[in-house]
Design a protein around this ligand. Structure first.
Ligand SMILES: NC(=O)c1ccc[n+]([C@@H]2O[C@H](COP(=O)([O-])OP(=O)(O)OC[C@H]3O[C@@H](n4cnc5c(N)ncnc54)[C@H](OP(=O)(O)O)[C@@H]3O)[C@@H](O)[C@H]2O)c1
Length: 267
């Protein structure tokens, strides 16, 4: 599936899932704007890999929590590319910046979660739309279980922020439908080479064992490339009638029922 000649802006693409998306799009002929906040070396490494994949692009520092940074980042894309075909809102601050339960989360942590997701998405979509042709693709990377459930207490800020971002996808989908621009969210399952690898080793092991043991029917965690492939699919011409959806890309983990023991579910 080729997207030759297209241009993409991907927030938080210096590492993790964002890098996987940048590399998959680059393999398919897309030139990519690689946004990072503080890890310039990682962003440059992503750009080098984009070039190895036969494409090109540039790196751009911007904190998506700041409106003026978003405007500057999109302005740079306009200067470098002239147009944008694909915008992926993927950046998420490091866990300590928002990770606190509902009874103790600080207003600073709450604002970091909300500003980096819902507000950043609202502002960025309004900035990128004037650069998009009439078949643009806007994709938000969410984590739907964090908003649907209430058990992972310190995820309250990010869970609420992702729900607001998913809601914005639906409103923007209608607002932009007449132009043929689609707006969707992808909800990855647990992914290797991402924030997962910043967790204590014991927690990582428990998560891998859990999913390999059956809570992900496909028996493995995902990879950044899996999410890059899903983004690429949504960027295809054939996906032009899909809009306003939250699409789970998780090897089936969202199909499992926490109310039943695994042994009964697997039959
Ligand atoms: N990892 C998973 O298993 C998983 C599962 C479901 C959903 N997701 C979602 O997937 C997305 C990526 O997650 P990840 O685990 O791949 O992330 P990650 O490895 O922690 O990387 C985060 C990226 O976001 C950038 N960033 C952080 N704060 C920023 C800010 N204020 N402004 C601009 N960029 C900022 C970082 O830039 P620097 O390198 O400069 O710090 C980095 O490129 C997130 O939206 C997350 O919620 C992840």
């Amino acid at each position: 599936m080729a997207h030759n000649g297209k241009h993409a802006l991907i927030t938080g693409s210096s590492r993790g899932i964002g890098r996987g998306i940048a590399l998959k799009l680059a393999e398919r002929g897309v030139r990519v704007a690689i946004n990072y906040r503080k890890n310039e070396a990682a962003a440059k490494d992503t750009l080098a890999k984009v070039r190895q994949a036969g494409s090109d692009g540039f790196t751009v520092q911007a904190d998506v929590c700041r409106a003026e940074d978003i405007a500057r980042m999109v302005g740079r894309a306009k200067q470098e590319f002239g147009t944008l075909d694909i915008f992926v809102s993927n950046a998420r601050p490091d866990v300590p910046e928002f990770y606190q339960g509902p009874m103790s989360i600080t207003m600073g942590q709450w604002d970091t979660a909300m500003n980096s997701q819902a507000k950043a998405f609202l502002l960025a979509v309004r900035e990128v739309c004037p650069l998009m042709g009439d078949d643009g693709r806007i994709i938000a990377i969410t984590y739907a279980p964090g908003g649907r459930t209430g058990s992972w207490q310190p995820w309250v800020g990010m869970g609420a922020a992702k729900v607001a971002m998913e809601s914005l996808c639906r409103y923007f989908a209608v607002a932009l439908a007449k132009r043929g621009i689609t707006v969707n969210a992808i909800s990855p399952g647990w992914i290797e080479d991402s924030v997962l690898n910043t967790l204590p080793d014991a927690a990582q092991d428990m998560i891998r064992t859990w999913h390999q043991g059956g809570w992900t029917p496909m028996g493995r965690l995902g990879t950044p490339a899996d999410i890059g492939n899903a983004v690429s699919l949504l960027c295809s011409e054939e996906a032009g009638w899909i809009t306003g959806q939250v699409i789970a890309v998780d090897g089936g983990s969202s199909l499992m029922d926490p109310g039943l023991p695994l042994e009964i579910q697997r039959g």
